[in-house]
Write a protein that binds this ligand. Sequence first.
Ligand SMILES: *Cc1c(COP(=O)(O)O)cnc(C)c1O
Length: 374
Amino acid sequence: MSSRSARAGLRPDGPLTLLNPGPVNVSERVRRALLLPDLCHREEEATRLLASVRSKLRRAFGGEEYQAAVLTGSGTAAVEAAVSSAVSPGKRLLVVDNGVYGARIAATAAAHGIEVFEVRTGWLRRPAPEAVEQALRRDPDIEVVAMVQHETTVGLLNPVAEIGDVVRRQGRTLLVDAVSGLAGDALDLATCGVGLAAGTAGKCVQGFPGVGFVLVRRRELRRLRRLPPRSVYLHLPRYCGDDDTPPVPFTPAMQILAALDEALSELLEETVAGRIARYRAAALHLRRHFAALGLEMLVPEPWRSNCLTSMRLPVGVSYASLHAGLKKRGFVIYEGQGRLRGKIFRVANMGALTTADFDRFRGALSAVLGRRAS
Ligand SMILES: *Cc1c(COP(=O)(O)O)cnc(C)c1O
């Protein structure tokens, strides 16, 4: 096979509208930012770029009470950096687990030899803050409570403020996997008492996948600096110098970082509140159509995120055929995970998309399902 045809095999027939929960469609402005001149990560241009990204992350999320650690890797790397850096030797991590990503936090902690206590609820239920409170009262060795803001498994928003309140009253640290919700659903880090929040360039921030970040409260960072590292690459304090001269411990994905810098400028221009409102409007626009097509949404209305909708596959429709029919029309949807595989499909509305894109999708979905909106 010539390299040309090999390449052609990787390319879809036309542009794809990504309705999977990241990676997302980015703007042309962000895509162009990839083409920065070659540069060395030890030079001042690179230092300036990293300082700019960190400062914009603080402006978008958390403000000056937080520092932003930026590391090369996907969202999971950011979560793993937060988890592996936050727990003292001999102390425990409580994980609120109501989906695939909650379970991944528990598995991550276990891989680093951290003892885990899980508060588990079903995938379609919100955890009760009382259950967390009880566990914390019983076990003073639980140092950190970890939870997922937006459980992408089904598109459910967890009660970060309520659990944050319990964690603060009990004097522990709150760690949030905000990878799929940050900039899509409201999360006031300081008000919710968040000590560490992990995010990624490649979801609602509308950059490319490959760079993750952790917002760390300054007070929390002072505690973390005293802990022995569990990892060479993922130890968070290594990524947090002082604000003006950030350390660059390893070679970052420079081009992805440059695109993230542009994506953050876009975000700050749109404002985080503006982006959240745009995503919310898109989700409601899509859901009106889903309901009119007779599709059953999994998550009860008040708990739905602004970013993703999960629905049961209609009787007689396989995921594979739905996915293929939509992809032929230029749309990528997302499969269920774990025991929901083959039972549900997911439609995210993250990324640089417009109402016109969602209208085209509504038409395509009706056509593939052979249903008219009623
Ligand atoms: C996407 C996602 C992640 C990280 O996924 P990566 O593929 O590593 O970027 C982590 N947590 C949640 C809730 C997610 O949706």
